[in-house]
Ligand binder design. Structure first.
Ligand code: NAD
Ligand code: MG
Length: 392
């Protein structure tokens, strides 16, 4: 029996994780659940799973949840804020931590799980984009296992031979092929992009996801963040990572070897597959995902991404080449720009402009510490807010 904490349990990945866990009550015990401000959502999950602890982001929400739980006689203890998240990520009886908070807010709780030496099921790619070097170093120091939940990285993990500390070249790997659907605007005429709405940007053709990652998929910043994520997870230089547009989202990514072999992982686009894989690894468990019907799929298409249509992808490659603080700046500016777009304060096409201006304004430095990184993140948010305001 493994004890599990689900950080961000009310989100898209959190709900899929609980769906998989509920299929295997004999193997997993849900010990802690967390949400931002969705009291009703977390209450319903507590009723179903009776975790030991539930965490809300702020005190008023925590108080409301405490009262509601008491009213129903549910014995779950309620904590709040970052301290609460770090506590449930590191609790002694917890074996596995699903890191599924969205954005930079997920970094410190995920890092707490890493420092406690847990198996970390990493959905929160922003943690690696901001602090990849530190995150991977801490995992090594504390013996934490990091298993990728992002479908592409989970696919790559499945197609790679065991790590055993060797680099990609030593394992005969030539390159990583990261697939991308191209999102809802892959073929939209470029002039029409100026006026797209949040609802249009969040209507992904193949995946149902949270709003922030849906916008990231529409700009392809998501793929840019994933290039940086792959760079840290698999110790791959950016020139060994090729992005391939594959509109059907059936191949989740591929690994090419020096002998010409190319291994791919395929499946229906449903996050319960990588979640079940990471929970059970190296075993396999049932996930609830149906069989892939290749006759129904019938064809698989591939094309090169157009960097004029998707400037965010270009910016992410530039940031990974620049190194140091550039990815953290890129990530912070993108979060600010996406939030402004979702609030209808910024046009869709201004998202990459805000990110580029922020990257041009701030110097690239080598962050010395976690505090240094958090300061860079805060500074980049300030610059990006100004850049967004000037484009309203
Ligand atoms: P979501 O918006 O649906 O859910 C986010 C969760 O985090 C919610 O439970 C929310 O309450 C919580 N949260 C948000 N802000 C918080 C804060 N400041 N403090 C504490 N908790 C907070 O997002 P999602 O789509 O589930 O994505 C989660 C992460 O997984 C993201 O990093 C995303 O990039 C990654 N991811 C998602 C998918 C997907 O299919 N949804 C696929 C790959 C990777
Ligand atoms: Mg992905």
């Amino acid at each position: 029996m493994k004890g599990v904490t689900v950080l961000g349990s009310t989100g898209s990945i959190g709900v899929s994780t609980l769906d998989v866990l509920a299929r295997h009550p004999e193997n997993y015990q849900v010990l802690a659940l967390t949400a931002n401000r969705d009291v009703a959502g977390l209450l319903a999950q507590c009723e179903r799973f009776t975790p030991k602890v539930a965490v809300m982001a702020d005190e008023p929400s925590a108080l409301r949840l405490t009262e509601a739980l008491a009213g129903k006689g549910i014995p779950t203890e309620v904590l709040c804020g970052l301290r609460g998240l770090e506590t449930v990520a590191a609790m002694r009886e917890v074996d596995y931590v699903m890191a599924a908070i969205v954005g930079a807010a997920g970094l410190l709780p995920a890092l707490a799980a890493v420092r406690a030496g847990k198996r970390v099921l990493l959905a929160n790619k922003e943690a690696l984009v901001m602090a990849g070097r530190l995150f991977m170093q801490e995992a090594e120091t504390h013996g934490a296992e990091i298993l990728p939940i992002d479908s592409e990285h989970n696919a790559i993990f499945q197609c790679l031979p065991p790590d055993r500390g060797a680099g990609l070249e030593d394992r005969g790997v030539k390159r990583i092929l990261l697939t991308a659907s191209g999102g809802p605007f892959r073929t939209t005429p470029l002039p029409a992009l100026k006026t797209v709405t949040p609802a249009q940007a969040c209507a992904h053709p193949n995946w149902e996801m949270g709003r922030k990652i849906s916008v990231d998929s529409a700009t392809m910043m998501n793929k840019g963040l994933e290039v940086i994520e792959a760079h840290w997870l698999f110790r791959a230089s950016a020139d060994k990572i090729t992005v391939v547009l594959h509109p059907q989202s059936v191949i989740h990514s591929l690994v090419e070897y020096i002998d010409g072999s190319v291994l791919a992982q395929l499946g229906n686009p449903d996050m319960r597959t990588p979640i079940a894989h990471a929970l059970a690894w190296p075993e396999r468990i049932e996930s609830g995902v149906g069989s892939l019907d290749l006759f129904q799929v019938a064809r698989l298409d591939f094309e090169a991404p157009d960097l004029l249509r998707f400037p965010c992808l270009r910016l992410a490659f530039e940031a990974v080449h620049a190194g140091g603080s550039a990815p953290a700046i890129l990530n912070a500016a993108n979060e600010v720009a996406v939030a402004a777009f979702l609030d209808e304060r910024l046009p869709f096409t201004a998202i990459p402009e805000v990110v580029e201006e922020t990257l041009q304004t701030l110097p690239v430095v080598e962050p010395e510490s976690l505090q240094g990184l958090l300061a860079i993140d805060a500074e980049a948010r300030g610059v990006a807010e100004q850049a967004a305001l000037s484009r309203v």
